[in-house]
Design a protein around this ligand. Structure first.
Ligand code: PLP
Length: 414
């Protein structure tokens, strides 16, 4: 999986053996490959090179400051979904004019924060939200540039929890109501409607639903222009899938080939919001086997990572490859890999063939770079793991492991 590879019997991240990271920093531990992130970013850059564009990393996928900074240094902007992400993005050094603000429930305070910072765009998700943006911008006498997020009503053919572009989903504004919202935006003195946006879902393996939705947006752009709107940005959202198991996702090059003619005809700046595609395969969750347990029906491998560290299996029934950090010629056995949390949903794999492992062995849960740490919690009062960023043969700690004191830091009134 990208730069997680065996050299001999040892699993490496780039040129660093994972066993060394486990020994030095302990487990559970998130390990990221900088090279993978750079290569993935370059793949999107190359795909869109022939048109004006900006890649706005959807930082909810992994908002570690070092990761966000690295992408910003490569030229990325960010797609944010909260005031906290705006704070993190600015702290990581992302220029405000490369930040776009998404989300159905932006609060007045968050909108004010973003207007003050001067973000590039607000992606408006409802007529009511537009009213608040108009009021806040007018109070501050600052222009707020907006795109309307269109719900194009296409089926992204992905997991229902990560499908966002169907009429039944809470996201975006239906095509037939979009024009009214733009007219209202034009009437507001401190609002400037400059773009149009969509994001139809996540982990899309085929690009056709995105292509279909882009065509619908292109028609809307033409209609808006006939009404005198100066639409300069077309934002196609994120959603490009990665290979967790045996998927063969169509990547940015295939998507570009199908949408760039339209983008060129429209003469717009292309925006995109990849999250998972940039960081998903760049991360692994390193964990140590605590116990083996056989109950007659099943063999359980109990590890020191849990659903609080990586919730995707519990939340989406997601599949993650699990590789032994030291390859052996032990025969395979079919096991459940589970964590210590008191929930039956606390698993990393069900009925998975894995070479026989025992207490003390290290395992790597792959493709954990996106929606891994960023969805981690302290459930069961488990301190959240540390994170390490590997670059070639060097590595550095980019988040220390939480302590018990961290767990109680914000509590009062005892
Ligand atoms: C989550 C999200 C993204 C990123 O999705 P990925 O599938 O990780 O690429 C992009 N845009 C918006 C509005 C999102 O909510």
């Amino acid at each position: 999986m990208d730069w997680f590879r065996y050299q001999g019997d040892a699993l490496f991240c780039e040129e660093v053996p994972l066993a060394e990271l486990g020994a030095i920093h302990g487990t559970p531990l998130y390990v990221y490959s900088a090279r993978t992130i750079r290569e993935r970013f370059a793949a999107i850059e190359a795909a869109y090179a022939s048109v004006p564009h900006l890649i706005c990393y959807a930082m909810k996928a992994n908002d570690n400051l070092s990761i966000v900074r690295m992408l910003a240094e490569l030229g990325a902007g960010v797609d944010i979904v909260s005031g906290g992400e705006l704070f993190r993005a600015r702290r990581a050094g992302v220029p405000a004019d490369r930040i776009i603000f998404a989300g159905v429930g932006k609060t007045r305070a968050e909108i004010a924060q973003a207007v003050d910072e001067g973000v590039l765009l607000f992606n408006v998700e409802s007529a009511d939200e537009l009213e608040v943006i108009a009021e806040v911008a007018a109070e501050r006498r600052q222009t707020a540039r907006i795109s309307v997020r269109v719900n194009p009503d296409v089926d992204p053919r992905t997991h229902p929890y990560i499908s966002t572009g169907l009429r039944k989903n809470k996201f975006g504004i239906p095509s037939d109501q979009v024009l009214t919202v733009y007219r209202r935006a034009r009437a507001a003195p401190f609002v400037e409607p400059v773009g149009i946006q969509m994001h139809i879902g996540s982990q899309l393996v085929q690009v056709q639903p995105i292509v279909d939705a882009v065509e619908r947006l292109a028609d809307l752009v033409q209609r808006l222009r006939r009404e005198g709107f100066d639409i300069r940005y077309l934002d196609i959202g994120g959603g490009l899938g990665i290979r967790y198991r045996d998927e063969n996702p169509e990547g940015p090059a295939v998507l570009a080939e199908r949408i760039l003619p339209t983008v060129r005809d429209l003469g717009v700046t292309l925006l995109c919001e990849p999250g998972r595609f940039l960081v998903g395969s760049a991360g692994a969750l390193l964990t140590r086997v605590l116990y083996r347990k056989e109950n007659g029906a099943k063999t359980f491998i109990i590890v020191d990572a849990a659903m609080n560290d990586l919730i995707r299996p519990a939340l989406y029934d997601a599949y993650h490859e699990i590789w032994p950090v030291r390859r052996t010629d032990e025969p395979s056995e079919v096991v459940d890999v589970v964590g210590p949390v008191c929930e039956s949903g606390d698993f990393f794999a069900h009925d998975r063939p894995l070479p026989r492992t025992q207490a003390g062995d290290l395992l790597a849960v792959l493709c954990a770079g996106a929606y891994g740490f960023s969805m981690a919690s302290t459930y069961n009062a488990r301190p959240r793991p540390a994170e390490v960023l590997v670059t070639d043969s060097t590595y550095r700690l980019i988040r220390r492991r939480e302590t018990y004191e961290d767990l109680v830091r914000t509590e009062e009134g005892l």
